[in-house]
Design a protein around this ligand. Structure first.
Ligand SMILES: *Cc1c(COP(=O)(O)O)cnc(C)c1O
Length: 404
């Protein structure tokens, strides 16, 4: 008889975005004239930069000519892309990362979810709370997290590291030593960052205790403050304890095109085995590679023109973040983030639950955001707004919120 993977049955349903959709639908049916503004968007909205479009067009033409046609991409990704990443994301920042330590992929979500496959099932994971749900969910699917406690909204065998207003949404080093530590800075959903000395403390902790850090740098391009590291490899000793995920999704608008990469340094060993070799084995077997066309588009992100265009795009999004932060401040809210990340994390007024605040904002202002509790129990009494809306809607939403 066929059996399912029972671990999947342990996953709490993905209620967050379906519940939001249902509530918004019900509201607009009851108020057909309501002008609803969505500031909960977790996806980029600006079109791809011209330099990227032009690279895509030429790559498409290459695929149509016998002399320049390409079939399967190399396992690690094309050298032209890995060289550009190594040079500009790492060497230019003083990080000693070689092109062949970079594994090109079709995005960071898959890699964040799949990396746990190269680790044994009896490893204990630690995650920030609140955080992007992929880290916990993929470990649930693998059977590494124990059982779900409905009341506490926690898995028994996961170390949740509280990220609160008191600690500036930067977790403290855990007392119980985890094997795998997921860190994400700039953070989704809090927009928080940590400075280099704080990240160095994590690297030292991991090296001392034999833990591995899984560092998600998906939002590094939004960093505006000079003392915030863009890569964990800016820290001394990170190559012996850290894997890093990077993505072209939020930094260059590739959410629909799909491109990312994972860095696994050659010095990183566990039980005498190079994690590089394990990941290379997995990559060669379970991964088809990112399309040639898309890798050429990724290369264009690193051209002079591409860099300039992408910088402008991010500055535009961050203009929205500034409008949201100013509006919330004027309206008397306590808000965080929005400086090094496209996310604004606000405290609900009067200890409203995050869903109560969702209903309040929708019914009183016609504005849709994301309840913080959807990102973990530590997100309760918080709410996420994003800077991916249109300028006009962002301004309008903040006008409405100011008038509440
Ligand atoms: C959006 C996002 C990603 C990017 O995932 P892709 O698969 O590259 O689109 C990775 N990590 C976090 C925290 C994100 O919010």
């Amino acid at each position: 008889m066929v059996k399912i993977n029972q671990n999947y049955a342990k996953l709490p349903g993905s209620y967050l975005f379906s519940t939001i959709g249902k509530k918004v639908r019900e509201y607009s049916e009851a108020h057909p004239d309501a002008d609803i503004i969505r500031l909960g968007i977790g996806d980029v909205t600006q079109p791809l930069a011209p330099a990227i479009i032009s690279a895509l067009h030429s790559a498409v033409d290459e695929m149509g000519a016998a002399e320049t046609f390409r079939g399967y991409a190399p396992d690690l990704g094309y050298e032209f892309l890995r060289n550009a990443i190594a040079e500009q994301d790492f060497k230019a920042r003083g990080c000693d990362i070689e092109p062949d330590e970079i594994f090109v992929s079709d995005g960071a979500k898959c890699d964040c979810g799949n990396i746990q496959e190269i680790f044994g099932l009896d490893n204990k994971i630690a995650v920030c709370d609140p955080v992007y749900p992929v880290y916990v969910d993929s470990n649930v699917m693998a059977g590494r997290t124990g059982t779900y406690d409905e009341a506490a909204q926690c898995f028994g065998d996961v170390i949740y590291m509280p990220c609160t207003e008191e600690n500036g949404f930067a977790p403290e080093l855990p007392g119980e030593v985890p094997d795998l530590i997921y860190l994400c800075f700039p953070n989704n959903p809090t927009g928080a960052v940590i400075k280099k000395d704080a990240l160095q403390a994590w690297v030292d902790y991991a090296n001392k205790n034999g833990s591995v850090i899984l560092y998600d740098a998906a939002y590094e391009a939004y960093i505006s403050e000079p003392e915030v590291p863009h890569s964990i490899y800016e820290c001394e000793g990170a190559k012996t304890c850290a894997i890093e995920f990077r993505s072209f999704s939020k930094t260059a608008g590739f959410t629909g095109l799909r491109l990312g990469c994972t860095v696994v340094p050659k010095e990183l060993t566990v039980e005498g085995q190079k994690l590089w070799s394990l990941w290379a084995r997995r990559h060669g077997t379970k991964y088809n590679g990112a399309p040639y066309i898309v890798q050429r588009a990724g290369e264009a992100v690193y051209s002079e023109e591409g860099r300039r265009q992408i910088k402008e795009q991010i500055a535009w999004y961050m203009g929205n973040a500034g409008i949201i932060l100013d509006g919330l401040k004027e309206a008397g809210y306590t808000a965080f983030g929005g400086v090094n990340a496209p996310y604004i994390w606000l405290k609900t007024p009067d200890r409203m639950t995050s869903w109560e605040f969702f209903d309040y904002l929708l019914s009183e202002a016609g504005v849709v955001g994301t309840p913080g509790s959807g990102f973990g129990p530590g997100g309760e009494h918080y709410f996420r707004l994003t800077s991916f809306g249109s300028r006009e809607n962002t301004v309008k939403a903040m006008d409405r919120i100011r008038k509440l």
